[in-house]
Design a protein around this ligand. Structure first.
Ligand SMILES: [Zn+2]
Length: 332
């Protein structure tokens, strides 16, 4: 784990004023003045002070979302689509009988909504990037909002299922957003949520070089207990929580190891991403990273499975439910 160094007075959204530990610094996109701090009570991590909404926009250039609706080479996009389809099939199976209305928060290019619309569900998405939202808008019969969730003002008890896939860590106001999701879900409705796991073995081993640390884009980092606490605070019941993701875990582990043993920070990811510059790598460096990637992925998958059995896989994947007899809407 990143070694706590200096204590700083800060306010945890769950515990109030605390003496937090400074554990790292945000140091990219010109945003250099913030500390990554950790609450000693609930183990929630966040950037302090949080950047302004204008600064946050600078963190997401258009190429962040890929070009022509694709982020990676076609041979990897096949796996991206396959994993997404499996995830959506499972999500659809969790809908209550008669449930038909689905919201994907931070829907990106609309891949999940495309699959859910094929199943016949009434699909809604929010996406702040106009670039990505344009691609999502091509999904038949999906309604895409280029606003934050709080600005959409959906009616009470409107959605049967809400998805938030690797989005919560990017938001500066997670408690308000989770409270809003609780309000707009039908009683008995389901929230599916996935974020990186700051207490994972890959995070502990690679520290500041952890692939999913991603400062300063990731404004909050969660331990399983902190995320459970946040959801419970807003009224949710936790139905299921695990730490395995074949999409995020093995690659995150491999990239973190490569970062740690001296390869360029996130170099493999930048090589595989279609729009990020990779011309700083020599031919030998590219060959070595690609060779390690192709040979070691089975081992990474096996290791991630093992770490997940210990509850310390690379992500926190949670299924939460608004109780069927939910009390009046609670504003955190
Ligand atoms: Zn706290």
């Amino acid at each position: 784990m990143i070694k706590p160094q200096v204590v700083k007075a800060a306010t945890c959204i769950l515990c109030g004023p605390v003496q937090s530990k400074i554990v790292a610094r945000g140091d990219s996109f010109g945003y250099q003045s913030a500390d990554l701090v950790r609450c000693p009570k609930c183990n929630l991590w966040w950037i302090d002070p949080l950047p302004s909404s204008i600064q946050i926009k600078e963190f997401y250039p258009p190429h962040y979302y890929g070009i022509e609706n694709k982020k990676f080479p076609e041979y990897l996009e096949i796996f991206v689509r396959l994993f997404c389809r499996l995830r959506m099939k499972k999500a659809a199976s969790l809908l209550n009988p008669g449930g038909r209305r689905v919201l994907d928060i931070g829907c990106g290019r609309g891949q999940s909504l495309k699959i859910l619309s094929q199943y016949g569900y009434e699909c809604y998405g929010t996406e702040l990037s106009a670039f990505a939202a344009r691609a999502a808008s091509s999904v038949p019969q999906a309604r895409i909002f280029t606003q934050s969730l709080l600005d959409c003002h959906f009616p009470d008890r409107f959605f049967d299922l809400v998805l938030m896939w690797h989005v919560l860590e990017h938001l500066p106001n997670p408690k308000e957003v989770i409270g809003e999701i609780f309000r707009i879900l039908t009683p008995g409705g389901t929230l599916l949520l996935c974020v990186p796991n700051i207490e994972s073995i890959q995070a502990r081993l690679s520290g500041r070089r952890w692939f999913h640390l991603d400062l300063p884009r990731h404004l909050y980092h969660y331990s399983p207990s902190a995320l459970r606490g946040l959801l419970a605070r807003c009224g949710f019941h936790i139905i299921r929580c695990h730490t395995f993701s074949i999409e995020q875990g093995p690659f995150g582990l491999l990239q973190s190891i490569l970062n740690q043993i001296g390869f360029p920070q996130d170099g493999l990811y930048r090589m595989l991403h279609r729009t990020l510059p990779d011309n700083t790598f020599s031919f030998l460096s590219r060959l070595a990273q690609m060779g390690i990637f192709l040979i070691s992925m089975p081992l990474m998958i096996w290791l991630c499975g093992l770490f997940s059995l210990l509850g310390q896989g690379g992500v926190i994947d949670i299924q939460a439910q608004k109780p069927a007899e939910a009390r009046k809407v609670r504003h955190p």
